[in-house]
Design a protein around this ligand. Structure first.
Ligand code: UD1
Length: 380
């Protein structure tokens, strides 16, 4: 006899850009074990094979039920397109809630569209604040949190930020970090660095020797010619001490080419790679002596792995990676960056510890809380 699995509630989960995919994977698995039916919508903010499809393949994320195909554009255009294309789906599907993750343009756009239809918004990774409003993601974070009905946080300080902004405490739940759920679930499947590094172009990177990783994609670092030139110059000098693997985001590579910086890069011991799949990047990070980055997610992943991270920004929205993890905020001043690299090469990682609830169970906590809330609402 076959049993039909009738789900009680329907939630639309929205993803759009690379950092969303590793966050949604464990949430979808947890929801599969629950009375909630999860519908996945991909906005299409990222569309390249190696920024999007490869994550679905490697992390066994089911194909989205709906693809909005918004593509690239100015931020306003991108947000407006997602809202326009998502709205009819909300009317058609009438979900009990819309769940958004992270801080990309798709996150904010889907949250606004849902709230305009009086559909409750659930925000995973709420409350992070860089306090830098020039950063596009900071605006996305603040606005999404203001209209969200349930806010799940990765660190306790995020909850304090939300309370300060007037969010009622009963909406905020500290659950831990879903990105770390994914990291723990996949560490034993991570690809050996040797295979990944063999594909680098430019200088060959010998995986038997210590290597560092560079990732850059923030507009504040890559869009202005002088800033990018100074940063690359600093990395070229640093590569005299340690070979550097550089998986370049399409935005960054486009700027490097447009500004004519490929010859500058070729002066260093730097191996250029395309954007990597999740398992390739995880393996590369796990084996690295240090990571230089302006990414938010990588600050967390290196803390979870215990690998030293030097963040090439003036601020971070993830302070726990500094107070408890292996991250150090170094900014972009060449002298400070070089000193920090020298320090890591001679003394290794800061003594850190795994932050509270970064234990691989964050998605399960989210699922349990959501089911409780939905059951509570049904009873009212
Ligand atoms: C976006 C997110 C950022 C996240 C990053 C991860 C916002 C505001 N920014 O930034 O928070 O850390 O993703 O990558 O949402 N492009 C491609 N292929 C693609 C997608 C984009 O080549 O599949 C190129 C396009 O030229 C595009 C540019 O990258 O114009 C920037 O893409 P966009 O999605 O606007 O922002 P990201 O810099 O990727």
């Amino acid at each position: 006899m076959t049993t039909v699995n009738v789900k009680k509630w329907k939630i639309i989960c929205v993803v759009g850009a690379r950092p969303n995919f590793m966050k949604i994977a464990p949430i979808l698995s947890a929801l599969r074990e629950s009375p909630i039916d999860a519908l996945l919508v991909h906005t299409g903010q990222h569309y390249d094979q190696n920024l999007s499809a490869s994550f679905f393949d490697q992390l066994n994320i089911p194909a989205p039920q709906k693809h909005l195909n918004v593509g690239s554009g100015s931020h306003s255009n991108q947000i407006a397109e997602v809202m326009k294309r998502f709205d009819p789906l909300l009317v058609e599907e009438k979900p009990d809630a819309v769940l958004v993750v992270g801080d990309v343009n798709s996150t904010l756009a889907a949250a606004i569209a849902a709230t305009k239809r009086n559909i409750p918004v659930v925000h995973v990774e709420a409350g992070l604040r860089s306090n830098d409003r020039a950063m596009p993601e900071e605006i996305n974070r603040i606005l999404t949190d203001q209209i969200a009905d349930v806010l799940y946080t990765t660190e306790r300080q995020a909850g304090d930020n939300l309370l300060r902004e007037g969010i009622p405490p009963q909406r905020i739940v500290f659950v831990g970090n879903v990105m770390v759920d994914t990291l723990r679930n996949n560490l034993d499947r991570a690809k050996p660095p040797r295979e990944t590094l063999a594909t680098a172009v430019g200088a060959p990177i010998d995986s038997a020797l210590p290597y560092g990783i560079l990732t850059l994609h923030r507009p504040s670092n890559v869009d202005a010619r002088d800033t990018l030139e100074q940063l690359l110059q600093t990395i070229v000098e640093a590569s005299e001490r340690i070979q550097i693997a550089f998986p370049a985001h399409p935005r960054t590579l486009a700027r490097i080419e447009a500004f004519g910086f490929l010859p500058l890069l070729s002066r260093g011991q730097i191996g250029l790679l395309p954007p990597l799949g999740y398992l390739e990047m995880l393996g590369l990070m796990a084996g690295a002596k240090l990571v230089l980055t302006d990414s938010g997610g990588i600050q967390e992943e290196t803390t979870a792995l215990g690998v030293p991270c030097l963040t090439l920004r003036e601020n971070t929205e993830r302070p726990i990676t500094i107070s408890q993890g292996t991250n150090t905020l170094v900014g972009t001043d060449p002298h400070v960056v070089q000193q920090a690299i020298a320090e890591v090469l001679s003394h290794g990682a800061k003594q850190g510890r795994t932050p509270e609830y970064w234990d691989g169970n964050a998605a399960k906590r989210i699922m349990a809380d959501l089911v409780n809330r939905l059951a509570g609402e049904t009873q009212q």
